[in-house]
Design a protein around this ligand. Structure first.
Ligand SMILES: Nc1ncnc2c1ncn2[C@@H]1O[C@H](COP(=O)(O)OP(=O)(O)O)[C@@H](O)[C@H]1O
Ligand SMILES: [Mg+2]
Length: 288
């Protein structure tokens, strides 16, 4: 089966002139239809840069990004704009307040993407808004409210519902629950699970801590300093992490800590191992 998202050997550099640095060093990643893939990595590891490359917002130096078998990394000009307008890839940002217009009602936000595409009357837009609101369990009386009148979790539901309204193939959720409290986190993650059941949309769920994946991901990809260092099923990653960075991540998940308190000796040894690995790869990079 063709992967829904297929990122292969992706190199991305950012910045201009002498400040230009390579952020992603040959990243491989796939998401199948109906699959939830967790992308985990510390702040600055290149997660958002990868998301932006998949959205066609930054260009690759080399490597490819394909959606449904169609390469989008080479698109330019009108073809690139048409791809973005198609809404095939939807991006959900960490902070729902910043991604919602405070002046617009929930209804207006929900149908924004459909209005841009045109061709729908008021009644159709009403139906569409109610449909996606129900899908994310957003009470219909909130449709006439403004973002400032909603809770954090409700706002994040609006953002997710707005993304779903345009019938995307891939949903990229960039730290979607980092700004939310624990119980709201769970309802949002459950929502992603329900979405997967209702269609064949793929989800790339980006986060910096394993705990906030809440076990919803089918597969986990670990990004460290712009490279994928490990990938496996959620169980494999939690129960038998191999890379020292992944092992440190797993040790810092609270629910795992309860069963087995973290061993400071082991933690120190893993940090040392990680440091020497990083030093080796830096040497390898300068030899090129
Ligand atoms: N526009 C930019 N120009 C130069 N460097 C950038 C730019 N955007 C991000 N970076 C750098 O790229 C690295 C990865 O950033 P980012 O992809 O945002 O990481 P993450 O989302 O994992 O926190 C960071 O070191 C960041 O400083
Ligand atoms: Mg980021």
């Amino acid at each position: 089966m063709t992967a829904l998202l297929d990122v292969s050997e992706l190199h991305v550099a950012l910045g201009r002139g002498r400040k230009r640095t390579e952020i992603l060093h040959g990243v491989d990643l796939t998401v199948a239809p109906g699959e939830i893939v967790g992308l985990i990595g510390e702040t600055g590891s290149g997660k958002t840069t990868l998301a932006r490359a998949v959205l066609g917002l930054v260009q690759a130096q080399s490597g490819t990004v394909a959606i449904d078998g169609r390469e989008i990394s080479g698109l330019r000009g009108g073809a690139l704009r048409a791809f973005r307008r198609s809404g095939a890839v939807q991006y959900i940002f960490q902070d729902p307040l910043r991604s919602l217009d405070p002046e617009r009602t929930v209804f207006d936000s929900l149908v924004e993407g459909l209005v841009v595409r045109g061709g729908r009357g008021r009644a159709e837009l009403q139906d569409a808004a109610q449909g996606v609101a129900q899908l994310v369990s957003l009470p219909l009386d909130l449709l006439s409210r403004h973002p400032g009148e909603l809770s954090g979790g409700q706002r994040q539901r609006v953002v997710i519902a707005r993304a779903i309204a345009v019938d995307p193939r891939l949903l990229i959720c960039d730290e979607p629950v980092s700004a939310l409290d624990a119980s709201t986190r769970i309802t949002i993650l459950e929502l992603l699970l329900r979405l997967r059941e209702s269609g064949d949309v793929g989800v790339l769920l980006i986060t910096h801590d394993l705990g906030s994946l809440g076990g919803v991901a089918d597969r986990v990809v670990v990004l460290y300093q712009g490279q994928v260092v490990e990938t496996g099923t959620t169980d494999e990653i939690f129960l038998a992490p191999r890379h020292p960075y992944t092992r440190l991540l797993v040790m810092s998940v609270p629910s795992i800590q309860d069963e087995e308190p973290p061993d400071p000796e082991l933690r120190r040894a893993l940090r040392d191992e990680l440091r020497s690995l990083t030093a080796n790869s830096a040497q390898a990079a300068t030899r090129h």
